[in-house]
Write a protein that binds this ligand. Structure first.
Ligand SMILES: Nc1ncnc2c1ncn2[C@@H]1O[C@H](COP(=O)(O)OP(=O)(O)OP(=O)(O)O)[C@@H](O)[C@H]1O
Ligand SMILES: [Mg+2]
Length: 230
């Protein structure tokens, strides 16, 4: 049994995002009255079976989907009460979203995909990010010619190139072998801690969740903190 203290060692926590009393449904209720906080320097994982609503929570927290009930606060601002242009500005300037289904530009090369982020963020493509994600030799290849795992690493590199304050990662390592998954996760964690940001990661993989500071499980429409994973 692994006994791990998930809470931050520092007693002072600075919340960057607070989601309060969220409920959402599509054809049927997915979750009801759940709350979650993402603190500065905190890596938070959400576990849960397929279809439980993990991606939906990630979309709500990352400005992409207004919840049926509840509020998401970025600092003291209620995200979905802000003008849409302002929501877009926050998304563009502060958020890096790694989607479950990559959303890379298929007809383009790896380099061109990274250049788009680099243009948005006005940050150079960082050679060390290419190396850390192991895609330095794929730059001129077309996205469609890459394996699923390589595409996944390009989408991680693309988000890191943007240098966001907050990363939302939806199953970012689902197509990677466990060694590569751990290495890539470590790089993302190191980056987030170094800039005093925060990261929410949705995953099926308990070994990846264990690398986080705080772990939740979405089950029976409720989100509960997990204090121990066997
Ligand atoms: N835009 C949508 N319109 C209608 N139903 C949706 C929509 N998005 C998600 N759903 C439904 O909500 C449920 C939860 O979806 P969600 O993608 O949040 O689950 P998940 O926990 O991320 O699953 P997985 O682990 O398979 O990715 C599913 O039944 C899905 O079909
Ligand atoms: Mg999902």
């Amino acid at each position: 049994m692994i006994n791990k203290t998930f809470s931050n060692t520092s007693t002072f926590k600075n919340p960057l995002i607070e989601a309060k009393n969220l409920s959402h449904s599509f054809d049927y209720p997915l979750f009801e009255d759940i709350s979650i906080t993402l603190n500065e320097k905190e890596i938070v994982a959400i576990l849960g079976v397929s279809g439980s609503g993990k991606s939906t929570i990630l979309h709500i927290l990352s400005s992409l989907l207004k919840p049926k009930q509840g509020e998401v606060f970025y600092g003291n601002k209620s995200l979905y009460n802000l003008p849409v242009e302002y929501q877009t500005k926050i998304r563009r300037e502060y958020l890096g979203i790694i989607f479950q289904s990559h959303y890379l530009f298929k007809g383009f090369s790896v380099k061109e995909n990274l250049e788009i982020s680099s243009l948005i963020s006005k940050e150079e493509i960082d050679a060390s990010i290419l190396k850390k994600t192991g895609i330095e030799n794929t730059l001129n290849q077309n996205i469609s010619d890459l394996s699923g795992g390589q595409q996944q690493r390009v989408s991680i590199a693309r988000v890191l190139t943007k240098k966001p304050k907050i990363i939302f990662a939806d199953e970012p390592t689902g197509n990677l072998d466990s060694k590569t998954a751990k290495e890539v996760m470590s790089e993302m964690i190191k980056y987030i801690k170094s800039i005093n940001g925060t990261m929410l990661i949705v995953t099926h993989d308990e070994n990846i969740a264990k690398m986080s500071d705080t772990i939740y499980r979405l089950k029976n429409k409720k989100l509960s903190q997990v204090h121990e994973l066997s």
